[in-house]
Design a protein around this ligand. Structure first.
Ligand SMILES: Nc1ncnc2c1ncn2[C@@H]1O[C@H](COP(=O)(O)OP(=O)(O)OP(=O)(O)O)[C@@H](O)[C@H]1O
Length: 263
């Protein structure tokens, strides 16, 4: 494990009078997998929105690879090497599986969608490269997203495969840091086990550093080097899965919210 890749320093976020993130210090080291847990409304999604530039913090700083990214537009932050998936999927359902990944990669290249409409030899070469990049990203998912599926429309995929496609799209921007928002949501136990293994592989073979929001404690236990628990925008525990899952303040935060999800 290496240096801090992402470093939130005293970050706060308020909407009107409501403070949703309060003086949060959180870091992710290069090569690390960190999970963020917390009951509904704890501020987890807001944390992702802050890191990806959807919101600018009311206070504090966000440093990525040694450089402040606070206040940068989301597309600039993507270019710096941060990509995310969403809790509610953002796929182009009428486009093919391959095109979905290519579209994510295009947004990241110099060409952009507009220039790529003019089919000069240079553009054709670039399109070929992007197509190959998309196929490499999809091949990462092995038999779950096999080649015969690449020409099928995204709407033909199962829910679990749509989530895999969403991850493939995120990797197509060649990020250093992947933010995964509830990757196991809606999956059955077998798929949940697979996604746990996949997240490990994204780090070991893909070389990504990963920050993940996850409600399923089996997944959190299976993937995390370190767990950070939030409640009402405040970090209430941090450490190994065992330490955080059994910390009295974490247990208390989950009481009355249906407890922690174990499938
Ligand atoms: N744009 C916004 N304007 C006002 N309030 C907001 C906004 N975004 C989030 N909030 C509030 O911030 C709090 C934290 O929301 P957030 O979505 O970050 O929680 P979460 O931990 O991701 O919850 P969940 O597990 O339900 O997704 C909630 O009280 C929410 O209503």
């Amino acid at each position: 494990m290496g240096e801090k890749l992402l470093d939130l320093q005293g970050v706060s976020m308020a909407f009107g009078g409501l403070t949703v993130i309060d003086g949060l210090d959180l870091h992710v080291d290069e090569g690390e997998i960190v999970s963020v847990i917390g009951p509904n409304g704890a501020g987890k999604t807001t944390l992702f929105n802050l890191v990806t530039g959807v919101y600018e913090p009311s206070a504090g700083d966000i440093v990525f690879a040694g450089e402040s990214i606070k206040g940068l537009e989301p597309h600039r932050i993507t270019r710096k090497g941060i990509a995310r998936t969403f809790q509610t999927l953002r796929l182009f359902l009428n486009m093919s599986v391959r095109e979905n990944v290519m579209a994510a990669a295009y947004g990241h290249t110099r060409a952009g969608v507009f220039r790529s409409m003019f089919r000069t030899p240079g553009q054709r070469r670039e399109e070929k490269e992007i197509r190959e990049l998309a196929e490499r990203c999809l091949a990462f998912f092995g038999e779950r997203l096999m080649g015969y599926r690449w020409d099928q429309p995204a709407y033909s995929l199962s829910y679990a495969n749509r989530r895999r496609l969403e991850i493939a799209r995120a990797t197509a921007t060649k990020p250093r840091l992947l933010l995964l928002d509830e990757p196991a949501a809606g999956m059955n136990p077998k798929e949940t086990q697979e996604i746990t293994e996949l997240i490990g592989k994204l780090r070991s073979e893909g070389g990504f550093t990963i920050l993940v929001i996850e409600h399923d404690m089996h997944v959190v236990e299976g993937i995390s080097d370190r767990v950070v628990a939030l409640d009402h925008g405040v970090k209430i525990a941090e450490g190994s899965f065992e330490d955080v899952a059994t910390a009295p303040q974490v247990v208390e935060a989950y009481l009355g919210t249906g407890g922690m999800a174990r499938k």
